[in-house]
Design a protein around this ligand. Structure first.
Ligand code: ATP
Length: 264
C-alpha cells in the first residue's frame, strides 16, 4: 500500500477553502489517520470514498472538531479554514463550528416549526427582523429544493416531513448560516432511491455557490455528484483528483481495484 498520496496536478489549479496538512489522528493507541494532506476546493463538491473503517468520518468530523468530544482522540497536523488554523488552541470552537455546516447520516430537524428550523442560526445570533428571517427562510428552502413542497406549511413541525424532506430541511438550515464549507456525512444512507436522487440533484445544484465535502459509501453517488474525489484506505489518503479521472483513469492500482469493486 502506498504511503504517499497521489494528488493529480489539476487539484493545484483550484483555490482551497480548506487546507488539510499532514493530519494524523489516534483513538487511544490506535492510529486512524496517517499524514492526510488535501486541499478542498472552493465552490466545488469533493467526495471522500473508501471502504468501511478507512477513516472518512473521522476526517470529516476532525474538520469541525467534533472529535474533541471523544476523550481518547489525539491529533497532530494542521487544518486551515480560509487560512485560519482550526486547531489553534486560542480559537473559539463554537465560533469555528458556526463557519461550517454539518449534515449527518440521519436527518436531525429540531422539534420546532419548519420556519424556525431554517432560521435557527439567525435566531441564535439575535436576529429579530421578520422580513430578514422570512427572506433567509425562503432563499434557503429554495436553495435546498424544498420551498415548493413546504411553502404553505412553514408553521408545521419539521418532524412532520418525510425522511427525504427532513434531510433537505437540515441542508436548508445549514445553508441559512452561510457556511464557508458544508460537510455531509453519508447524507443519503437512510433514504430511499427517490429521496436519494433528490438530494443528489440538490448537491449538484449547490456547486458554485457552496464548497461541499461529502463522505459517501456509494461510488455512483460520488461519480454523479462530485467534482473531485479522494480515495482513502486504512487511514491514508491514497489518491485524489478530478472525479472523472479517478473513476475512468486512476493512477494507482489500489484505486482502480476499489472503484471496480474488487475489494471494499
Ligand atoms: N470513537 C471512536 N473510538 C475509537 N475508535 C474509533 C472511533 N470512531 C472510529 N474509530 C475507529 O477509527 C477507524 C476509522 O473509522 P471511521 O468511522 O472514521 O471510518 P469510515 O471510513 O467513516 O467508516 P464507515 O464507512 O464504516 O462509516 C475505524 O477503525 C474505527 O473503528
Amino acid at each position: 500500500m502506498p504511503t504517499m498520496t497521489d494528488t493529480h496536478a489539476a487539484v493545484a489549479d483550484e483555490q482551497a477553502v480548506l487546507e488539510i496538512d499532514r493530519f494524523n489522528l489516534w483513538y487511544g493507541a490506535a492510529q486512524a489517520l496517517y499524514d492526510v494532506s488535501l486541499n478542498i476546493p472552493r465552490g466545488k463538491v469533493t467526495a471522500l470514498i473508501g471502504p468501511s473503517g478507512c477513516g472518512k468520518s473521522t476526517l470529516l468530523r476532525s474538520v469541525n472538531r467534533l472529535n474533541d468530544l471523544i476523550e481518547s482522540a489525539n491529533i497532530k497536523g494542521s487544518m486551515r479554514l480560509n487560512g485560519d488554523e482550526i486547531y489553534d488552541p486560542r480559537i473559539d470552537v463554537i465560533e469555528l463550528r458556526k463557519r461550517m455546516g454539518m449534515v449527518f447520516q440521519k436527518s436531525n430537524p429540531f422539534p420546532m416549526s419548519i420556519f424556525e428550523n431554517v432560521v435557527y442560526s439567525l435566531r441564535i445570533d439575535g436576529e429579530r427582523n421578520r422580513k430578514v428571517l422570512a427572506e433567509v427562510c425562503e432563499r434557503s428552502l429554495r436553495a435546498a429544493a424544498l420551498w415548493d413542497e413546504v411553502k404553505d406549511r412553514l408553521k408545521e413541525s419539521g418532524l412532520s416531513l418525510s425522511g427525504g424532506q427532513q434531510q433537505r430541511l437540515c441542508i436548508a438550515r445549514a445553508i441559512a448560516a452561510e457556511p464557508e464549507v458544508l460537510l455531509m456525512d453519508e447524507p443519503c444512507s437512510a433514504l430511499d432511491p427517490l429521496a436519494t436522487g433528490k438530494i443528489e440533484e440538490l448537491i449538484e445544484a449547490l456547486k458554485g455557490d457552496y464548497s461541499v465535502l461529502i463522505v459517501t459509501h456509494n461510488m455512483q453517488q460520488a461519480s454523479r455528484t462530485s467534482d473531485y474525489t479522494a480515495f482513502m484506505y486504512l487511514g491514508r489518503l491514497i489518491e485524489y483528483g478530478p472525479t472523472s479521472d479517478i473513476f475512468t483513469n486512476p493512477h494507482l492500482k489500489e484505486t482502480e481495484d476499489y472503484i471496480t469493486g474488487r475489494f471494499g
